[in-house]
Design a binder for this molecule. Structure first.
Ligand SMILES: [Zn+2]
Length: 93
């Protein structure tokens, strides 16, 4: 006869491993996207080019429409990636 308690332990162990794997694999957490990304990811589906380093970044709808309306106002490449923004802030302080 199988001891039932051992089976339960095994299931709990597998569940714990699954939890561990999902926290170790951030790409599966598509809802959590912070700022522009270098690749299409989660809500970041719109392409913008950084006005400073000319790198292509993908941004969410909100950032994209903000950049679009800034361009309509005559601002060239209003989008600035996080890295350039950090550099710019260092310079201006
Ligand atoms: Zn940049």
């Amino acid at each position: 006869m199988k001891p039932a308690i051992e089976v339960k332990d095994k299931i709990e162990q597998e569940e714990a491993e699954m939890r561990l794997r999902s926290t170790l694999n951030p790409e599966e957490q598509t809802n959590v996207v912070e700022g522009p990304t270098k690749f299409r990811k989660g809500p970041n589906q719109s392409e913008l080019v950084c006005g400073i380093c000319n790198e292509i970044y993908y941004v969410g709808d909100v950032t994209f429409s903000q950049a679009m309306s800034a361009m309509e106002e005559g601002i060239d490449n209003p989008f600035c990636c996080d890295e350039c923004e950090a550099d710019y802030e260092e310079v201006s302080h």
